[in-house]
Each structure stands twice: as C-alpha cells, then as structure tokens.
Design a protein around this ligand. Structure first.
Ligand code: PLP
Ligand code: COI
Length: 340
C-alpha cells in the first residue's frame, strides 16, 4: 500500500524509508550485499571517509508511469559514472550489473514510497560509497561500504519550475586539473560556504566560471547549464571540469532526435550571457529549472524568458524528457528500466 504522504507538497529532503542496500568490500572483494532495515552506518571513528573525505555518490530517480509501472532512468550511466569517481578516488568499483540490479532491488523493496504518477514527486535514489576502515596516514582505505538509500522528493528548487535568480561566483568548485568531472563528496563540501553565502544574498545558486581563467561558464553547484539562442539553438558548456550530467547528455539526444533542435557543445564566454533567449539548469534533482536572472557583480542580466515562467524551448525539452521518463513518450532503446 502506498504510504500516506502529501506527495504534492514534499520538499527535496531526506526521510527514512523501509530498506536500503548495503555491500562491504574487504580483503579485496565485495560481499554479496543485502537489503537491511538498519538505517544507521556503523564505522570506525578513524574511517577514511571521516578523515580524508574518501567518498563519492550518485543520484537518479524512480517514477510511476501513467499506466502504473515503476521505472528508473538510465541507471547504467550512473554505474559508469560512479566507476569513474571510484577510480579517481582509489576506491574499488562496484560492478556495473550488480549496481543496476541493486538499484532495482532497492526500489522494489521500497515500492510503497514511490510517488504516484502526476503528483509532482519522485523517488530519489542515492547510491554512495565510502572508505570505512581506519586510516591515519594519508592513503586510501582498505575497506569500503557501498549503499543505496531511497527517499521520496519534491522539486529541488522551491516553486518547481518558477525561474530562479543566480549569481556569477567568485569562488571555484573545481580546480583546472582537479575532480570537477567526478561526483566526489569533496566537490560538494567545498561548495557549502558559497551556496549559503548565495542564499544569504538572495540567490538560489552559484554559476561557476572555469577555474583557470574565470572567463567561461561552467555549471552550478548541483546541475549543468543550458542556454537557448534567439534562433532556437540549444547551447551547453563544454569543459573538463564539469560533471558529465546524464540529464544533459539525454537532453542533447532528445533535442536532436525528438525535437529537431540544433545543439552546440562549446565554451561559452560570460560576455555572451546577455545574448541568449533562455537559460536553465539541468540535472536529476533539478530536471530543468529555468533561470530568469543572472547577476554578475551588480550587473543584472535579465533572461528574455523572464521571471514568470520557463521559456518555450526549455519547456518543450522538459516536457519531452519527463514524458519519456514517465512513460508517456516512447523512450530510446535502453533508457528505461522497469521494476518488476
Ligand atoms: N552537476 C553537478 C555538480 C551535479 O551535482 C549534478 C547532479 O547529479 C549534475 C551536474 C547533474 O547530473 P545528472 O543529470 O547526472 O543528475
Ligand atoms: C542530483 O541531481 O542527483 C544531484 O546530485 C544534485 C544535488 C542533490 C547534489
């Protein structure tokens, strides 16, 4: 039986659900893993994750389709991206087939927590891994835990698809040859001060510039960025220090193959910001969240689509992507994994 939750008013927050997946890595091998009711992690006081932030994570969602199926979107790409994160952080990869199966099993074990179709809420799935045994010298742990928790969520930004105001950031989230392209916890730890400072100053997010020259647009703290030109082209930043968003990669294909929209992936100079017709964030949590205004050190760039609603091209892209995710529009082969 579905949980008695006010789905339409859920925040983007955590609540304890019934089951989570836990697997442990020890003596060079992963154990079989299990679903457990224990929502608490038990690790050494000197665990690698606590001392040197040896941790990475993923984020994806499960949806109820119009015809009542429960599905998830491209979990194989989250497995691949987590493998890149693990390799970069000297952590053991959790094998791809097992990752995907564990995602499906964890959703199935919490089926009553999957929000209904049309509620505006979704089940957020958070796979993560951390060094669990004691390390005191700076080195990787020998033991790791891989977990998957799920929690029902509403929109990432209050107001759902209401345009937000962002600022150009002075601080960086990534180094030029650093870890910006992986989903390491450390990238988010170093963004916390900046996001709180942005909120205190009335901005929903920070728009980061390339860390080497502060010239080109990169991404925000938790999403990639999309622009639409005045002649209807989709333009998105190309950079080695941004996260390869699965939503962005999917939208590029949707734009080209479903909507006949021309797409450019290229460096975007911050001087170009005033030339675009629409702007938005994209990611699993953000879906597509429109940006209505960008503030660059006191200079306000008002995006022509305005502060009232999402622009027409981003709206069409958003509707097509969510239509694919929620089973209303036929998905490309291999994008949708059904939980049976
Ligand atoms: N960029 C950052 C920094 C993120 O944290 C996320 C969220 O996962 C994204 C982009 C969007 O990636 P995806 O579309 O795979 O969720
Ligand atoms: C996601 O979109 O899945 C994210 O991880 C963004 C944020 C919650 C960190």
């Amino acid at each position: 039986m579905a949980k008695n939750i006010d789905w339409a008013n859920l925040p983007f927050g955590y609540q304890v659900t019934d089951k989570r997946f836990v697997a442990n890595y020890k003596n060079g091998a992963w154990d079989a893993g299990e679903l457990t009711s224990d929502a608490t992690v038990h690790i050494s006081e000197c665990a690698g994750v606590l001392q040197y932030a040896q941790t990475c994570f993923e984020g994806l969602k499960a949806y109820t389709t119009k015809d009542g199926r429960i599905v998830t979107f491209r979990p194989d790409l989250n497995a691949d991206r987590m493998a890149s994160s693990c390799e970069r952080l000297e952590m053991p990869v959790f094998p791809k087939e097992r990752f995907v199966q564990a995602v499906l099993d964890t959703v199935k074990a919490n089926i009553d927590w999957v929000p209904p179709f049309g509620s505006g809420a979704t089940l957020y799935i958070r796979p993560y891994m951390f060094g669990s045994n004691a390390v005191i010298g700076v080195k990787p742990a020998d033991e790791y835990q891989f977990r998957i928790l799920v929690t029902p969520v509403g929109p990432y930004f209050k107001g759902g698809v209401k345009p937000i105001v962002v600022r150009i950031s002075d601080l960086d989230r990534a180094a030029p040859h650093g870890t910006g392209d992986i989903k390491a916890g450390l990238n988010y730890a170093m963004s916390l001060h900046n996001i709180m400072d942005a909120h205190r100053n009335g901005f929903a997010e920070n728009m980061y510039l390339d860390p080497a020259t502060h010239t080109y647009i990169e991404e925000t703290g938790g999403a990639n960025i999309l622009f639409v030109t005045k002649d209807g082209k989709l333009v998105t930043p190309k950079s080695n220090s941004i996260l390869p968003s699965i939503t962005r990669r999917s939208l590029i294909q949707v734009a080209k193959d479903y909507l006949g929209i021309e797409v450019e992936e290229r460096k975007i100079n911050k001087n170009e910001l005033a030339d675009f017709a629409e702007c938005g964030l994209c990611g699993t949590a953000a879906v597509i969240s429109p940006i209505g205004k960008i503030v660059d050190h006191g200079t306000e760039i008002n995006v022509p689509s305005g502060m009232e609603e999402i622009g027409p091209v981003l709206k069409k892209l958003r509707e097509t992507l969510t239509g694919i995710q929620m089973g209303e529009i036929k998905a490309p082969e291999g994008w949708i994994y059904e939980i049976k």
